[in-house]
Design a protein around this ligand. Structure first.
Ligand SMILES: *[C@@H]1O[C@H](CO)[C@@H](O)[C@H](O)[C@H]1NC(C)=O
Ligand SMILES: *[C@@H]1O[C@H](CO)[C@@H](O)[C@H](O)[C@H]1NC(C)=O
Ligand SMILES: *[C@@H]1O[C@H](CO)[C@@H](O)[C@H](O)[C@H]1NC(C)=O
Ligand SMILES: *[C@@H]1O[C@H](CO)[C@@H](O)[C@H](O)[C@H]1NC(C)=O
Ligand SMILES: *[C@@H]1O[C@H](CO)[C@@H](O)[C@H](O)[C@H]1NC(C)=O
Ligand SMILES: *[C@@H]1O[C@H](CO)[C@@H](O)[C@H](O)[C@H]1NC(C)=O
Ligand SMILES: [Fe+2]
Length: 437
């Protein structure tokens, strides 16, 4: 029986269960920014091979615009070799700062109607994001709060900094399906921007690569996008830790990130979008007590793998004046004083985050997962500013070209903001250059 026959059949036997089991019904809807603000990428999954169509419009009852995309069959690497179809439609020529309503699917099954808002034009607006890593399907402690915040319109976008579902590939991919359903209320309306974590490593990261469609990515797992006064760069730290999937990816990624940073630093670009913010899963620094790589003096992400001539990112980021580096992986929250090469580079003693001499690192990996929280070594290093082992997530409010407010929200403490600081940079430039002046 094909999908159309199935619909006719279910119209005869109208029971909620049969409809819910329609293998042509779109599920796991999620959206992401395209490579410019006139685009939005809509992705979803179906059990059977069906159409990839999005109907959309400016009001809920006028979905008169139609965009077609395509689907690809994904075969999970587990022993059941479960298949599903991942659909992708790129909406183009969208108007800035506009709410669109949409539904996805095709004649054999349409989703409910969802809506999203496109970014305002230009750089002079204030993006607001929720940022976290390490959110699982079980013990997804921060999810209800993220959902209610999102429903209130608090966020323009989400950054999920690696480690999904625990794991996307578990139980022959069913854990991934379940997780994508859990986040659908958020991810169907707010661009859900990702980077890859170690928990996605199964079958050469294929579940992650299929499920998430990121701008300019082409399944490489590194990309960048602009949002108001911010240039975001998403990197894969996992290439360092799973070199048997290919060392070439490390060289390629480094070269790409370097070129992207050079472009972002062209005076005309940096003037428009002075903030450069990177996010990647495993931190360069942390002071947890779990013997992860970041607890070592020379973490791979920071210094690379010299024996293979693979470069780490600290020198490059420092040289290119990256303002903020966001990480996760440690199931806790840690804020560092601005630093470079283990050395604190406070702007001044009284105002460490005003025109600092080094990158500001934040580790926020305690959204909630089956592996629970992680804790800290007894005596914090000099560069560690604030440490909390509490479930929660980070809010990032980019006020303008000089001021960003960061707030770590504790879910354990009923949504209380447990850490808050403002990073101020009047001049965004290479720290090397600034420190020489
Ligand atoms: C879904 O696909 C399976 C396998 O190809 C097929 O047997 C089934 O009839 C399809 N169902 C519908 C509703 O299209
Ligand atoms: C799928 O869609 C993308 C984006 O629209 C397009 O570049 C690509 O060629 C399409 N692939 C196929 C197989 O149609
Ligand atoms: C976006 O639109 C809203 C009204 O929907 C308006 O208040 C706001 O100023 C606009 N923002 C920009 C940056 O244009
Ligand atoms: C893993 O996937 C990447 C990206 O497609 C590819 O370049 C690499 O060769 C793959 N590695 C293995 C061992 O298949
Ligand atoms: C950096 O500034 C903070 C806040 O004033 C201070 O506690 C810390 O000791 C400073 N670190 C150094 C190395 O100056
Ligand atoms: C940027 O935002 C900060 C914090 O709201 C404010 O104090 C400052 O005046 C703003 N700067 C400009 C140029 O608007
Ligand atoms: Fe991790």
């Amino acid at each position: 029986m094909d999908c159309k026959g199935f619909i006719a059949f279910t119209l005869l036997v109208i029971t909620a269960n049969v409809v819910a089991d329609n293998p042509c019904q779109p599920n796991q809807l999620h959206i992401a920014y395209g490579d410019d603000l006139s685009k939005m990428i809509i992705s979803w999954s179906t059990v059977n091979d069906t159409d990839s169509i999005v109907k959309y419009g400016l009001t809920v009852d006028s979905l008169t615009l139609i965009q077609k995309g395509n689907e690809s069959m994904f075969v999970d690497g587990g022993n059941e070799k479960r298949t599903q179809y991942i659909h992708r439609v790129d909406l183009v020529d969208l108007k800035p700062n506009t709410t669109y309503f949409y539904m996805a699917g095709g004649p054999s099954g349409w989703s409910a109607t969802y809506h999203f808002k496109t970014m305002p034009e230009g750089e002079d607006w204030s993006p607001s994001l929720a940022v976290f890593g390490d959110l699982g399907s079980e013990n997804a402690q921060s999810l209800p709060r993220l959902k209610s915040d999102s429903a209130m319109g608090m966020y323009d976008a989400i950054l999920h900094v690696g480690d999904f579902a625990y794991d996307l590939a578990s139980n022959n991919g069913r854990t991934g399906d379940e997780f994508m359903e859990q986040i659908e209320p958020i991810a169907s309306s707010i661009p859900y921007m990702t980077c890859v974590g170690n928990h996605e490593n199964a079958y050469n990261f294929s579940n992650y690569r299929y499920i998430f469609n990121m701008p300019t990515d082409n399944k490489k797992m590194y990309y960048s996008f602009n949002m108001g006064p911010v240039h975001f760069i998403s990197i894969s730290t996992e290439f360092f830790y799973f070199p048997y999937y290919g060392v070439q990816q490390l060289y390629d990624q480094y070269d790409w990130v370097k070129q992207d940073l050079i472009e972002a630093n062209k005076p005309e670009n940096r003037l428009k979008r002075p903030w450069i913010i990177t996010f990647g899963h495993r931190p360069m620094y942390c002071s947890n007590n779990d013997n992860d790589d970041c607890t070592n003096h020379e973490s791979l992400v920071r210094v690379g793998i010299p024996s293979l001539k693979v470069k780490g990112f600290e020198d490059l980021f420092h040289d290119m004046g990256v303002d903020v580096a966001i990480w996760a992986h440690e199931h806790s929250y840690e804020r560092l004083w601005p630093l470079y090469n283990m050395k604190v580079m406070n702007g001044s003693y009284d105002h460490p985050y005003t025109n600092p001499g080094g990158i500001t690192h934040i580790i926020t990996g305690s959204a909630g997962c089956s592996e629970r929280l992680e804790y800290f070594m007894k005596d914090p290093p000099e560069w560690s500013a604030v440490r909390v082992s509490d479930y929660g997530f980070l809010r990032m409010n980019v006020f303008n070209k000089t001021h960003i407010l960061f707030e770590q929200v504790s879910d354990d403490q009923n949504g209380r903001v447990i850490d808050s600081f403002t990073l101020i940079r009047d001049r965004h430039d290479s720290y090397n250059k600034m420190n020489r002046l």
